[in-house]
Design a protein around this ligand. Sequence first.
Ligand SMILES: [Ca+2]
Ligand SMILES: [Ca+2]
Ligand SMILES: [Ca+2]
Ligand SMILES: [Zn+2]
Length: 420
Amino acid sequence: MRTKRPHFLFLVAAGGALLALACGFVFIKNDTTGLPLKWAPGNIVMKLMVDNSTVLSDGNTRATTLQAALQDATRGWNPNLGDAQFTSTIVAPGSGADGNSVNEVFFSSSPYGTSWDSNTLAITTAWYSGNERVEGDTIFNTAFTWDSYRGPLHAGAMAGKEDIQRVALHEFGHTLGLDHPDENGQTVTAIMNSHESSVDSLQADDINGAQSLYGPKGVPANDNFASAIAITLSGTSATVTGYNTNATKESGEPNHAGNSGGRSVWWKWTAPSTGTATLTTQGSLFDTTLGVYTGSSVGSLTTIASNDDVQSGVVQYSSVTFSATSGVTYYFGVDGFNASDGHGADCAAITLNLSFSSSGTTTTSSSSSSSVSTTSISTSSTIPPTSSGGGGGGGGAPSGWFLGALGLLAGMRRLRAKRG
Ligand SMILES: [Ca+2]
Ligand SMILES: [Ca+2]
Ligand SMILES: [Ca+2]
Ligand SMILES: [Zn+2]
């Protein structure tokens, strides 16, 4: 089954055996759309309902350990997130509430009325709406003895003691939208593997996973139309990757596929001959929109083709097929769908795939006049409609516990860290 993981991980992988070696991070996905569940850009506000007085082995308290896992400039998640940042407040120890739209972190002997299994250290809930995360509570199991320390797990004086920091890094990775690589056929060193280990800090795979959702810091180089990145075919196709994280919409820019968008980036391509081009955003990690244009300035473009979803609301990548004329430069605008919910356009890692079929022998079109760049338009929608209500949108089954759905595009899952 197609996955939505960033394409660059697949470049050298031709077979299943290689895939297992080449891939890493995986996502908590919306089963209907197959896309990752992620927070809208901005602050992810956490309420830490844990002790802030007892000093642990590394000099921190439970509360400051959690804060470090979220926000510390060297060992927390925040330095690795391009358009989202954790913020936190420390309050008196207590218990959170499930489904209250507040992200709460606390210790409990009975998480939301359920029983811990004997090996589960902590769980994180995943409430979502559409492809957007809206709540994530993290609950630590009081059955274990907790401390905070670096280095090997359970070694020496730390025998029998669980390390809050590494479990917190793992659980807050779930808060961001990462799942367990080791439970999804991957073999990598990662804090996001399902079992605690002597890995006590964020690893490259963890950071790459988070950045594929929240981007690197800064504005993409191809934010503006005038800075469109040129695509060159390799044979008959090309695949490029990028982000629309922190991208903007220019004055006079068209609404791609008729949607207001707001975080667009640009590529361009000059047709080497006359033929048929197909352009898709398949593999992108968010609900894209796509427009193909000719013209020389962003305010006076001619639309050649555009598309939002291959299958409305379900297959949310975009695909267009258009007739390309030799020597004409086409501009490709990729934006995120803007649901007008105040969160702006969707954004994350982009994969853009171009394939081209030359007409071959000189075109013998019925029209003998040499055409300019006005070409026929067709948006592809070749995927047949699915049976209504079917959830199999392409992501594969989530790991952890699936506790219930709140409708087709909203629901909650719980993911857990297990004792090493
Ligand atoms: Ca809550
Ligand atoms: Ca832009
Ligand atoms: Ca779309
Ligand atoms: Zn986990």
